[in-house]
Design a protein around this ligand. Structure first.
Ligand SMILES: *[C@@H]1O[C@H](CO)[C@@H](O)[C@H](O)[C@H]1NC(C)=O
Ligand SMILES: *[C@@H]1O[C@H](CO)[C@@H](O)[C@H](O)[C@H]1NC(C)=O
Ligand SMILES: *[C@@H]1O[C@H](CO)[C@@H](O)[C@H](O)[C@H]1NC(C)=O
Ligand SMILES: *[C@@H]1O[C@H](CO)[C@@H](O)[C@H](O)[C@H]1NC(C)=O
Ligand SMILES: *[C@@H]1O[C@H](CO)[C@@H](O)[C@H](O)[C@H]1NC(C)=O
Length: 417
């Protein structure tokens, strides 16, 4: 790529980011590409780039985090990393503090790793126009998932005879110790992540009302994992993002045979035990569907379909039509292995076919790789890029080249078949 081309692309990028347009954005397949080569630059609202994504546990939030990381890379944004002494979460389960942020990543645009939410402290760190987003999942399937995922990590679950969910639910207080390490995984984990008291009785109507009101006031969108694609479409409209920005592969799935079907009785026992989470979920599920109706249900359904079609095309291109879903142990590419809990649940990873790079441009290859890169590995990559950028900060031209080549990756450039 020669220099004139680079400069032209930089100018186009800048122009497209600076242009404002208040009309309703049309969602053609053109909008799925960045369109810098053969399509005119689409007029659009400025994309929102300052975001807190509160990553909750067992809620498809790894998939969301991967999307946030890719968005940040494409748009040259700074992602806040946890400080080394915090591990891969912001010293969870302590309340978030800017002290827990790696000093190389201040001032961040995006923060998307696990934390216990603390709005006041986040406001000290983030720009004034930051939007807050989080995700919830139906509490009974979420708790079932946590129960097998944290089986050997969470002392509450270890105490349960035969690792039986039924036995636990028959008398949860017998096994649960409120002040124990990792006890938050066993009781109202969503309320806890949102900064609330996981053991507060849900019968305290004033407490629940205040909690719901606070979450509603703080978060511009509470996504619902059970309606993930619909939530993404609402998110896209809220942030003025393209389809390219919300495309994803599901990460961190449980193996089919480590899932079970919950009976209605068990499901209602789980909801009763996690009553704060259940109230939270019902409230924000209703609120999501109101937002969908406000956008127009048919528009949302159409965009969901377009998202899924683009996803299928990308899946075909990246994986030659074969989804290489493998258990962590069986994965050929070791660096794509997701973190595996010591518990019984097997987490699946997406592996690449042996002839992966065959016929793919390096940009598409890069996108395919990033889509299946697990959380911890991705954090390492971003951290590495950060330190390189610090070292090379004298060479501005070099940085622009990297930026532009990444921005050009688009779904439309991938060979259709
Ligand atoms: C645990 O499993 C064993 C064998 O399946 C059974 O005999 C025993 O009653 C179970 N214990 C409890 C407390 O459910
Ligand atoms: C979420 O809300 C919708 C609309 O009110 C409802 O139809 C659906 O059953 C709810 N989902 C769950 C899992 O509660
Ligand atoms: C395995 O994954 C890593 C990490 O994303 C990537 O850099 C590497 O090229 C992959 N190896 C193969 C053989 O695909
Ligand atoms: C890659 O390998 C698969 C079988 O493993 C084969 O079906 C496919 O045609 C190959 N793709 C290319 C581009 O060679
Ligand atoms: C990317 O961001 C860095 C600072 O965060 C800045 O120095 C650089 O000029 C940016 N590059 C482009 C192409 O916007």
């Amino acid at each position: 790529m020669n220099h004139n081309k680079i400069i032209l692309l930089v100018v186009i990028c800048t122009v497209s980011l600076v242009l404002h347009h208040n009309g309703l954005q049309r969602w053609t397949m053109d909008a799925f590409s960045f369109g810098f080569r053969s399509h005119p630059v689409p007029l659009q609202k400025l994309k929102r780039t300052n975001l807190v994504f509160l990553k909750t546990h067992k809620t498809a939030s790894s998939t969301m985090q991967n999307m946030m990381f890719r968005f940040a890379e494409h748009h040259n944004l700074t992602v806040a990393f946890p400080a080394d002494f915090c591990g891969h979460m912001f010293c969870y389960p302590y309340y978030f503090s800017p002290k827990f942020v790696n000093s190389h990543t201040i001032k961040p645009n995006i923060i998307a790793s696990h934390m216990r939410f603390n709005k006041k402290e986040l406001q000290l760190l983030m720009p004034k126009d930051t939007l807050y987003i989080t995700i919830l999942r139906e509490p009974s399937s979420m708790f079932d998932s946590a129960f097998s995922y944290y089986l050997n990590e969470c002392a509450t679950f270890q105490r349960v005879p035969n690792h039986s969910l039924e036995a636990f639910l028959a008398d949860p207080w017998r096994y649960y110790r409120s002040n124990e390490m990792d006890s938050m995984y066993a009781h109202n984990n969503l309320a806890f992540d949102l900064g609330k008291d996981k053991d507060h009785p849900a019968t305290d109507a004033a407490y629940v009302q205040a909690f719901l009101a606070e979450v509603e006031q703080t978060f511009s969108l509470v996504m619902i994992a059970d309606y993930f694609d619909e939530s993404l479409v609402v998110l896209r409209h809220l942030l003025s993002w393209d389809l390219n920005d919300i495309i994803y592969f599901k990460l961190n799935m449980r193996k089919e045979d480590s899932k079970r079907t919950l009976t209605p009785v068990l499901a209602s026992k789980i909801r009763a035990w996690n009553a704060l989470d259940a109230r939270l979920y019902d409230y924000f599920n209703a609120s999501l569907w109101r937002q969908i109706a406000a956008l127009g249900s048919t528009i949302v359904a159409k965009e969901v379909q377009e998202l899924q079609q683009a996803q299928e095309r990308l899946m075909r291109s990246c994986f030659n039509g074969q989804v290489q879903l493998r258990s962590s142990k069986e994965m050929i590419n070791k660096s794509l292995r997701p973190w595996q809990p010591a518990g019984a649940a097997e987490i699946m990873g997406l592996d690449l076919p042996l002839n992966f790079s065959h016929g793919l441009s390096s940009q598409v290859k890069e996108l395919c790789l990033k889509l299946v890169t697990p959380e911890l590995h991705y954090l390492n990559i971003l951290q590495h890029e950060r330190s390189l950028r610090y070292r090379n900060s004298v060479s501005v031209v070099q940085v622009s080249v990297v930026q532009v080549s990444v921005v050009q990756v688009s779904v439309a450039q991938i060979p259709d078949e």
